[in-house]
Design a protein around this ligand. Structure first.
Ligand code: GAP
Length: 473
């Protein structure tokens, strides 16, 4: 079933109200399309990044990690093709001054985008002629009065050092991948890995997007979680590695992050939408409230393009030599996830409104327990008779589970509702029996069922509920 249209508004409202995501630099009137993660948002995003690292890096013996610099030698971007090819064709409506992406305009009008419309090589005269021939109007004022498209490079340019001459120009990286490619030989030398193996990294990327929007889905500053898998295509067919990562990417999103499978689909890129480095890309799309859209790339077959380019531009050999003495430039299969986009999809997918027996509406975020921002909330029934102190003592003993909250304000019903709304999977009530019988009541978020558990059994019980269960298994 399609998510309701007003769901995005509800998510944005809840995210701001409960401390998941705030508008960026809000006290100064904000800065368009920038967002800050609040106390619960940072927990959620960190849990997603940690889950990625545990599953793809620690969970595999053919994967190692890296954390490379955002600012790189500008030659990197000449070699990678981003200076020449990482651009969008922009055209302006001469009547109302609206600025649009020529390729998106054509697509949204329902026309097939002519092949080879991406990159700086497409003659802008041809683009304009096509748009005029098809009579494609401005979405704002409906006039068909366009300027010739201009290629607009999406990389943010800045200057290193104190002068602003071109000699010191540097770029904020538009993908984390290049940090991995330029370190390929360093990693090989220090880990003595054999092909096939992968290098993963999590970090910020920056793109001067023409049409950012839909909350945190498309922003100019975002975090990526990328993996470059290096292999010899004569030893390991790329199709097999591609298949393996499609399965693992889906498993990660569905079973570990808990996004429902009916809201996901795999989509192969058409030839004309492939990035300049890719011979084949498959996205995982998510059914956002604003429609189906790219969630991540389950895989892009980058061939030996990047390592060959870096070898050419740096003069350093990027060749791998096997134990048998066979040399090759490794090929690459790349799954690439956006941490912010995943966090948004997790939020949207977790959002539920339920009508209770008494007619009240319960808002509940049904996060997979392992990625919930608060793992356990501890609720003393009264503020007196030592119940708060007991709650603090139990909270301390459960810190090993992650983020634990002691919540003492409001009626117990109100506190349950508050914890449901931020997706806390388990609430523990501390009552007088806790003092006399050494037991607590554990309430489950989704079923709202309660169970009495002895304090000595509590840590194991909670650990199993939070980390032991894989969604749907
Ligand atoms: N290294 C390959 C690469 O960067 P991509 O499809 O351009 O491929 C990969 O980006 C993922 O990064 C996307 O699927 C998305 O999750 C995330 N991403 C890309 N641009 C983004 C943006 N402007 N805002 C938020 N996330 C973005």
């Amino acid at each position: 079933m399609a998510p309701p249209k007003d769901l995005m508004e509800k998510i944005v409202h809840l995210a701001k109200g409960r401390g998941f995501v705030f508008p960026g630099s809000e006290i100064y009137g904000g800065l368009a399309n920038t967002w800050d993660y609040g106390p619960l948002g940072v927990e959620l995003k960190n849990n997603i990044k940690r889950a990625f690292w545990e599953y793809f890096v620690h969970g595999r013996d053919d994967m190692v990690g890296l954390d490379s610099a955002i600012l790189m030698n500008p030659k990197t971007w000449e070699a990678s093709g981003h200076i020449a090819g990482f651009s969008d064709p922009l055209m302006d409506c001469k009547s109302c001054k609206a600025r649009v992406r020529a390729d998106k305009l054509v697509e949204e009008f329902g026309e097939e985008r002519p092949e080879n419309w991406c990159g700086e090589k497409t003659p802008s005269k041809d683009m304009l002629a096509f748009v005029v021939k098809k009579g494609i109007p401005c979405p704002e004022c409906k006039a068909c009065n366009w300027t010739e498209p201009k290629q607009f490079n999406l990389m943010f340019k800045t200057h290193q050092g104190v002068t602003e001459d071109s000699g010191t120009a540097v770029y904020l990286r538009p993908e984390t991948a290049q940090g991995i490619f330029v370190n390929f030989k360093n990693v090989l030398r220090t880990t003595r890995k054999k092909l096939p193996f992968g290098i993963a990294q999590i970090g910020k990327s920056f793109r001067n997007e023409i049409t950012p929007g839909n909350f945190t889905c498309r922003t100019r500053e975002f975090e990526q979680m990328e993996i470059e898998n290096f292999f010899d295509p004569e030893e390991s067919p790329w199709e097999e590695i591609f298949e393996e990562f499609k399965i693992q990417s889906l498993y990660f999103i569905e079973k570990i992050l808990g996004i429902r499978s009916e809201h996901l689909l795999l989509r192969d890129h058409a030839k004309d939408e492939l990035s300049h480095y890719s011979k084949g890309t498959t996205d995982i799309e998510y059914h956002f409230p604003f429609g189906w859209g790219e969630l991540c790339a389950a895989g892009a077959y980058r061939t030996d393009y990047d390592l060959t380019q870096h070898q050419k531009f740096s003069g350093e050999s990027m060749a791998y030599q096997s134990d048998e003495g066979k040399k090759c430039i490794p090929h690459v299969l790349e799954p690439s996830f956006g941490a912010d986009r995943l966090a948004l999809a997790v939020l949207v997918d977790a959002y539920h409104e339920e009508t209770l027996e008494n007619g009240e509406t319960r808002i509940v975020l049904k996060f997979a327990p392992r990625i919930a921002p608060i793992k356990v909330a501890i609720l003393p029934l009264m503020k007196k008779d030592g119940l708060v102190e007991k709650a603090d003592e139990i909270a301390k003993s459960l810190k090993f589970l992650g983020n634990i909250e002691v919540d003492i304000s409001g009626s117990i019903g109100k506190r349950y509702r508050r914890q449901d709304e931020v997706g806390t999977p388990l609430c523990i009530t501390i009552d007088y029996e806790t003092l006399t019988e050494s037991s607590v009541t554990v309430r489950k978020r989704d079923s709202m069922k309660q169970k009495r558990i002895l304090l000595e059994d509590l840590p194991m019980y909670l650990h199993r509920k939070i980390y032991g269960e894989i969604v749907g298994e």
